[in-house]
Design a protein around this ligand. Structure first.
Ligand code: PMP
Ligand code: GLU
Length: 404
């Protein structure tokens, strides 16, 4: 069968593939502990669900404006002004089918064949693949675990070429769990600033999940006049409000960018699901939702501190302390090349390591290969403390039994 050659350039999403495999094993009765896909284990707050149910009951079942209803766009604009100090008017906002779709439509609107896109590693698996689908060329800037994976201004400067079209920033970050302080963002911004043709795509989907006194900020808020027309601000409701399945993302940017995305989306998906529009208004405008977000954030912070301590006690593991999002991204370099499991296989990279761990300990980890770190693994700690302990206990047992 002849399929499009564009498929040859990209891999399937490893995060979704690992989760699908863990779920299939669970269906067969295997008690799998899954640290796979990054999705909150909490349910969507009831008031947000009610807003959608009410809309559905009221017959809100027809096409809506492609970019979102005026009410939804205004709620997003108000949130961005209030919380992020970004005064985008509603007509400079477009809602898309999840953060993933927001990013993809933005890349399709901005990238030409051969355009280089600078991506700090470790990176979320879909960035390079979506860039390639849009004709761009991913250029990876390697972060250093010794500096919490954060890239330096000098590294950024060295990666820029005349073909550079975009820089992707994700703070807090998936999978590193690291967060750039506003001063660190400002130092990177100084490097990009003189290159007027470079866009910055700021993926802010974990912005509310910050731990301790960690701070970050929206890229365009670093200096609104410099960045308002050059920043693609992406966000979604998936993580903050435990709404991964709803598929609601949004982008704010210059009017020509949003108009271009609207044009593309009008031929691709049209509007997001009609009865999700009032749910956006509820999530972003009802002050009571702030308490819901705070409760979930606190739980993630507690789990993050716990899993970090436990992972660092495992033989061969070394983990940077997460300061945001809900991911731990330990190095397993010390466990590679050593006998593991029943057959005493010597895994050479994270893919082989994770396969043995899933088959024998029934713990689903995501190998770091597709995040740009083949000697690291990712654990989503958006799961209960009990599950965290159960999973890490199993890992500990497998590792210590194999090495004794
Ligand atoms: N950006 C990052 C950094 C992510 O981790 C994800 C995955 N959740 C997305 C974007 C996409 O989010 P969504 O689930 O809303 O498509
Ligand atoms: N982004 C989440 C993750 O990294 C969800 C899965 C996906 O869309 O990749 O696990």
């Amino acid at each position: 069968m002849q399929l499009a050659s564009r498929l040859d350039q990209i891999a399937e999403s490893i995060t979704l593939a690992v989760t699908a495999r863990a779920n299939a094993m669970k269906k067969q009765g295997v008690d799998v502990v899954s640290f796979g896909a990054g999705e909150p284990d909490f349910d969507t707050p009831a008031a947000i669900k009610e807003a959608a149910i009410t809309a559905l009951r009221a017959g809100r079942t027809k096409y809506e404006p492609t970019a979102g209803t005026p009410e939804a766009r205004k709620a997003i604009a108000d949130k961005l002004a209030r919380h992020n100090k970004l005064p985008y008017p509603p007509e400079q906002i477009i809602a898309s089918v999840g953060g993933k779709h927001s990013l993809y439509v933005a890349f399709m609107a901005v990238l030409n064949p051969g355009d280089e896109v600078l991506i700090p590693a470790p990176y979320w698996v879909s960035y390079p693949e979506m860039v390639k689908l849009a004709g761009g060329v991913p250029v990876i800037i390697q972060g250093d675990p010794a500096h919490e994976f954060k890239i330096t201004p000098a590294q950024l400067a060295a990666a820029i070429t005349p073909r550079t079209k975009m820089f992707i920033m994700n703070s807090p970050s998936n999978p590193g769990g690291h967060t750039y302080h506003p001063a660190e963002l400002a130092a990177l911004a100084e490097v990009i600033k003189p290159h007027g043709n470079i866009w910055v795509c700021s993926d802010e989907i974990y912005e509310r999940l910050l731990f301790g006194d960690q701070k970050t900020c929206s890229w365009a808020a670093l200096d609104w006049n410099t960045w308002k027309d050059r920043t693609i601000t992406c966000n979604c409701l998936s993580k903050t409000y435990a709404m991964t399945g709803w598929r609601i993302g949004y982008t704010a940017g210059a009017k020509p960018l949003i108009d271009a995305m609207n044009k593309l989306q009008s031929q691709m998906t049209s509007n997001i699901t009609s009865f999700c529009m009032p749910a956006i208004v509820e999530a972003l405008s009802n002050p009571a939702m702030e308490d819901e977000v705070a409760k979930m954030r606190q739980a993630f912070e507690k789990r993050g501190a716990h899993i970090w301590q436990r992972l660092n006690a495992l033989p061969g593991f070394k983990c940077v302390r997460p300061t945001g999002a809900f991911y731990a991204f330990p190095s397993i370099a010390g466990a590679l090349g050593k006998p593991l499991g029943k057959t005493a296989a010597k895994p050479k990279d994270a893919i082989e390591f994770c396969r043995i761990v899933l088959d024998e300990a029934h713990v689903a980890l995501v190998p770091g290969n597709d995040f740009g770190f083949p000697d690291h693994v990712r654990l989503s700690f958006a799961t209960s403390l009990e599950q965290i302990d159960k999973g890490v206990d199993r890992l500990e047992k497998l590792l210590t039994a194999s090495q004794s």
